[in-house]
Design a protein around this ligand. Structure first.
Ligand code: ATP
Ligand code: MG
Length: 375
């Protein structure tokens, strides 16, 4: 049996019920996706799962702060100790501590008193020493209003809030390091992404699919990917920019077009926002000026969870969540449309002025797109 802890801060009334119910459903679906069974109970302040699944599955369920494989007992200290004795007889250890916690404050003994009484029983039967700082074995006891749980291991969950609780977003995913990490962070805060990728070549598309498979291990369901052609998105725009000698604006118009397309798909599927992997000032195109111009594409909120992170921090997160290796595995040939000197200080006025001329249909078919040419 697994005892699951979640953050209760801010969880009151109806919110609490919704949070707990969503987390319970998500746990059920995570288990089902991997072919495991689970019987779930929600005693006050905890979720308890009886399951045949390996416990590390719970390390990837958002909303879980920590979890422990545990045994259940009554509120009677003799009963609790009997369970502990059974556990200790199978363990090798020299030092121990008891860490009791009362979730139900009505219990007649304080946590300190429980620690002391159980500790004395262990000392009586096992001739081991108490070590509060660095024990070989930390025996946890949680007291609820009608039962107790006993455990010796506590594993971290991913934290966050239950998957999907905030609703749908469109997530722009590129196959680089950043957008999968941004996706993870938005999923962690309850967003349910439908991915949108503008395809430049098959290798990068297959990378995107593998990245989504990794992200799916954190979700209670499979995740949708919409693939559209990057050349189709841009060919008229590039043609128009070229014909007025303004190719420097390509990247701003590219991101603007991606957001505009994401906006229209969002409205079709009922998504409430758009996510990207941008980080302020990380590359020449991600200046505040450029981002402000690109944002004119949509009135939906655009979430950029990496906005304040350095590249090194983003790479660290990518390693931790398991996407880094795939992201760096193939760089492709770079974007064939990348101008020699992309604009970094897009003035809003100038952008609006250009927009009228550039976004209309052009003779883009005449533009030859060669995605391999930068290899
Ligand atoms: P990433 O590592 O996510 O590729 P990046 O640092 O390379 O980001 P850009 O290439 O400027 O930065 O892209 C910024 C964001 O725009 C990406 O994080 C992603 O959200 C979106 N994006 C870029 N290219 C594509 C694409 N081909 N399809 C869909 N979204 C894209
Ligand atoms: Mg990129």
């Amino acid at each position: 049996m697994i005892v699951i802890r979640y953050d209760e801060i801010g969880l009151k009334g109806k919110n609490r019920e919704y949070f707990e119910r969503t987390l319970e459903d998500n746990i059920k679906n995570h288990l089902k996706r991997y072919g495991y069974e689970g019987i779930i109970e929600r005693p006050h302040g905890r979720i308890v799962v009886r399951t045949n699944a390996p416990h590390n599955i719970f390390g990837k369920i958002f909303g879980i702060r920590s979890y422990s494989p545990a045994v259940e007992s009554t509120l009677n200290l003799e009963d609790i100790y009997r369970e502990i004795k059974g556990i200790l007889e199978k363990k090798e250890f020299n030092s121990f501590r008891i860490t009791a916690k009362r979730l139900w404050k009505g219990y007649e003994e304080t946590s300190m008193e429980i620690n002391k009484k159980i500790g004395e029983m262990v000392l009586r039967d096992f001739k081991k020493s108490v070590n509060l700082e660095k024990p070989d074995l930390n025996i946890g006891i949680e007291i609820l209003n009608d039962r107790s749980y006993i455990f010796t291991e506590k594993y971290p969950g991913p934290g966050g809030i239950p998957y999907g609780i905030e609703g749908k977003i469109i997530m722009l995913i590129s196959g680089g390091i950043d957008s999968p990490v941004a996706s993870y962070l938005l999923m962690k805060r309850g967003a349910d992404p439908t991915f949108l990728h503008f395809k430049t070549n098959d290798e990068i598309l297959s990378k995107v699919r593998r990245l989504i498979e990794i992200l799916e291990t954190y979700s209670p369901k499979s995740l949708d990917l919409i693939v559209e052609d990057h050349g189709n998105l841009l060919k008229d725009i590039i043609y128009n920019l070229e014909s007025i000698g303004e190719r420097r604006w390509t990247c701003v118009f590219c991101k603007y077009s991606m957001l505009r397309r994401a906006d229209s798909i969002a409205r079709e599927i009922g998504a409430l926002g758009i996510g990207t992997g941008e980080s302020l000032g990380q590359v020449a195109s991600q200046t505040l000026n450029n981002i402000a111009a690109e944002n004119l594409a949509t009135t939906l909120p655009v979430f950029r969870p990496l906005i304040g992170f350095d590249k090194i921090e983003i790479e660290e997160m990518a390693r931790k969540i398991g996407t880094y290796g795939i992201s760096i595995s193939f760089h492709g040939c770079g974007c064939p449309f990348l101008p020699r000197h992309p604009i970094t200080n897009a003035s809003l006025e100038r952008f609006k002025d250009l927009m009228e001329r550039v976004m209309e249909k052009g003779n883009g078919e005449a533009w030859e797109i060669d995605y391999e040419k930068r290899c």
